[in-house]
Design a protein around this ligand. Sequence first.
Ligand code: AMP
Ligand code: GLY
Length: 428
Amino acid sequence: MNILVIGSGGREHAICHTLKRSPETERLFCVPGNPGIAKIAECPALPKNDWNAVAEFAAANDVKLVVVGPEAPLCDGAADLIRAKGIAVFGPSKDAAQLEGSKDFSKKFMTKYGIPTAAFGTFDNREDARAYVNAQYDRGIDLVVKADGLAAGKGVIVAADRAEALAAVDFCFDGAFGSAGARVVLEECLIGEEASILALTDGKSIQALASSQDHKRQLDNDMGPNTGGMGAYSPAPVVTDELMAAVQEQVLNRFLAGIQTEKLDYRGLIYAGIMVTKDGPKVLEFNVRFGDPETEAVLIRLKSSLADALYKTALGKLDEVNLMWADAPGICVVLASGEYPVGSIVKGHPISGIEEAEKCGAVVFHAGTSTDEQGRFVNAGGRVLVVAQSAPTISKAIDAVYKSLAHISWKDMQYRHDIAQKALKHQI
Ligand code: AMP
Ligand code: GLY
């Protein structure tokens, strides 16, 4: 069948790469795609964010499945619109996408359906928010400040103390995140190790993918500001069989019951960001799409057909899918522009060494590249490349991925040197 993917990041490159390996895939399209994706998929030039144009293109090219990668098109109703034209879509409806598009909506959903999460309050004015901050700190409770709406992974501030929490509240209400920060969620700060659980659901059943762990902070040893993610590995040893059973029961099954009761049309992927606390798993956030860079580390381990799994999910036949995973762990490391995540990115530096890295066994996904007049790849975003590799053990995978990425460079490139070290600690 012909398949069309919407998106342009490392996640979509990994999805396209994995679809390409699926026996069912005939023609593969990606809109808008990127220079790396263009090597394995056709990337037609369509008007930006015009889902009608995508639906028309899909119908004209006998596309049987549209896979929506990022959250923004989902929150914009892309899945509903394309589905209404009679094409199967992997991606939740606009109503369901609020589970990511509004943190307040998401937290209320968790509370209603008994999904464990941090205590919280939602505020639409500065004075009440500041009063709540003071009241919580008076009781000895540390807070995390979250812009309610979509903020490209940057709308969460883990405050070090009361003063920082108050400053973060002011930051949001001063418009730092635009309309996304007009409402603010203040949440109890949880302590523990994080893990990402991605699951397919068609609204009738739910099936988890292999576990993974992201590295959200910019610098080694989890220092520096939060980013969209600097690297990931799969599986995550913190997700023991016992923990996974608790996540299945308390998070995934209750999530399924919730979307059924609320009559939310959910045929896609649900991402639960989990904090493993001493009281068990608690959900930090839901995302309504594959995680980035978790996807790059997870999908290189998929042995069964991704095209089949996504198509059956879109058709409401997830119960016919049996995902199979390679035992070998997967790791990916994000190579970012020097200014990421806080500065304004200096673009256009030529990138060298991608082919050499690939010769060492790595898969190099493009996240933020473009090409210059001479046809060379150049950096064009914050997160630029994602280098992924698997090997029989986690320590071998670490060695392998870092050896491969050592071939790649451009001016001011940065990356974390300690991706997956946390997995090793579990082995000791
Ligand atoms: P979110 O986008 O809500 O997942 O938040 C981004 C990151 O902020 C998470 O991956 C955590 O590292 C951190 N974070 C979010 N909520 C909390 C919380 N309640 N307690 C501690 N850390 C949090
Ligand atoms: N890696 C975190 C996210 O995709 O939101």
